[in-house]
Design a protein around this ligand. Structure first.
Ligand code: ATP
Ligand code: MG
Length: 362
């Protein structure tokens, strides 16, 4: 049998630094667990622009389509601010998402016990928290037509259109139900059906798709109430599914319940491929962090957790993913901290490589 394939795109800034730690962990799984991947590496973002004059080469796009999963570091940096919009590093990432048609964006909010004090919320509110937000990523008000700034009478008017087709709602709902089946079998759908027609349709279609998942307990909440409940008592949720705009806000809110940007992974999933697994791109939520790039200060955990998500959702290795997450928990419980996980009175932080090595040892 051939090994599953993984395309690694380290990108810019701290991307290559955190990805180097993931490479160590991938090698460890091969050597110690007999879990081998066919890994290849390529350029994206500013690094691709420097080499090819484009933030994503056509060959790289083709390799992304062919891979079982793509793992990306980060793109962008001040060096590229002067570039024309069409070749900005971020366009490379947008092209990947668009051409792979990654409509379902998974963002976990998971609190490691050792960091429960680090959250801005009370410890009992976040300790043990483990929820997942599923955000629709390819439609809604960020894409709907008409859009633009127009002249109307003697003033300008800015227009965006919230637009969802039934099939767009159904496919993201299905991916959320599938996820709920693998987790706590509880799904909360959030929209504003009280004031938006797209919200009324959203609620109807999610309910219809839910008939195929009788084991999943489905509830509905207005998104504004959902924001309140997420900060009041987030542990009431398991999986939340919502549209592009509300998901943008709610996933950032939920993520920060848990502490640092350096801890947050994400997955973007598309339609199933021939092997039954969805097209998938995994990446840390953080960006290229130019302010700390090249200094060995970056926290590699977000990128390592993104690989753990790949193990779980692309490679059917949930037990190995849990093993990796447990190692991270151990290292944090031992008190190891990169600089981003320290308060002003903190001790001595470990380096990016120091954190990666400690996780390997654990
Ligand atoms: P983007 O536009 O790509 O999202 P950004 O400027 O919004 O980028 P980041 O690049 O993620 O955001 O950086 C925001 C802040 O968080 C910076 O101060 C950065 O140093 C810090 N940061 C981001 N990722 C990490 C990490 N992995 N470890 C430590 N600090 C990080
Ligand atoms: Mg940002």
């Amino acid at each position: 049998m051939t090994n599953p394939s993984l395309l690694i795109l380290p990108g810019d800034g701290i991307g290559p630094e955190v990805m180097a730690e993931v490479r160590k962990i991938i090698d460890w799984f091969g050597a110690k667990r007999g879990l081998n991947f066919d890994v290849s590496e390529d350029l994206v973002g500013g690094a691709a622009y420097d080499a090819h004059g484009t933030p994503l080469h056509d060959d790289t796009m083709a390799r992304a389509h062919a891979a079982d999963a793509v793992l990306l570091g980060a793109v962008g940096g001040p060096k590229y601010d002067v570039l024309d919009f069409s070749v900005k590093p971020e366009r490379g990432l947008l092209r990947l998402r668009k051409e792979m048609d990654l409509f379902s964006n998974l963002r976990p909010a998971q609190c490691f016990d050792a960091l429960a004090d680090f959250s801005s919320l009370k410890k009992d509110v976040v300790a043990g928290l483990d929820i997942m937000i599923v955000r629709e990523l390819t439609s809604g008000v960020y894409f709907g037509e008409p859009r633009g700034i127009f002249e109307e009478g003697n003033e300008r008017v800015g227009i965006n259109t919230q637009r969802y087709t039934e099939s767009e709602i159904a496919r993201v709902a299905r991916s959320a139900f599938e996820l709920a089946m693998r987790r706590g079998k509880k799904l909360c759908s959030m929209e504003k059906a009280n004031v938006m027609e797209s919200g009324i349709l959203w609620r109807e279609v999610v309910t219809e798709v839910g008939r195929d998942y009788p084991e999943v307990e489905l509830s509905h909440m207005y998104a504004d109430a959902g924001a309140m409940q997420l900060t009041r008592w987030p542990k009431q949720f398991d999986v939340i599914v919502t549209d592009n705009l509300f998901g943008d806000l709610l996933s950032d809110l939920a993520a920060m319940l848990t502490g640092s940007l350096g801890m947050l992974p994400s997955a973007s999933l598309g339609a199933p491929m021939a092997n039954g697994r969805p097209k998938a791109l995994y990446e840390p939520v953080h960006g290229s962090a130019p302010d700390i790039a090249g200094q060995g200060k970056a926290n590699p955990i977000a990128c390592i957790l993104s690989f753990a998500m790949a193990l779980r959702y692309s490679f059917d290795q949930g037990a190995e993913a849990a093993r990796l997450e447990a190692a991270i928990e151990t290292v944090l419980a031992d008190g190891l901290r990169t600089a981003d996980l320290m308060g002003p009175d903190g001790g001595t932080p470990v380096s990016t490589a120091g954190m990666g090595d400690a996780i390997l040892a654990a």
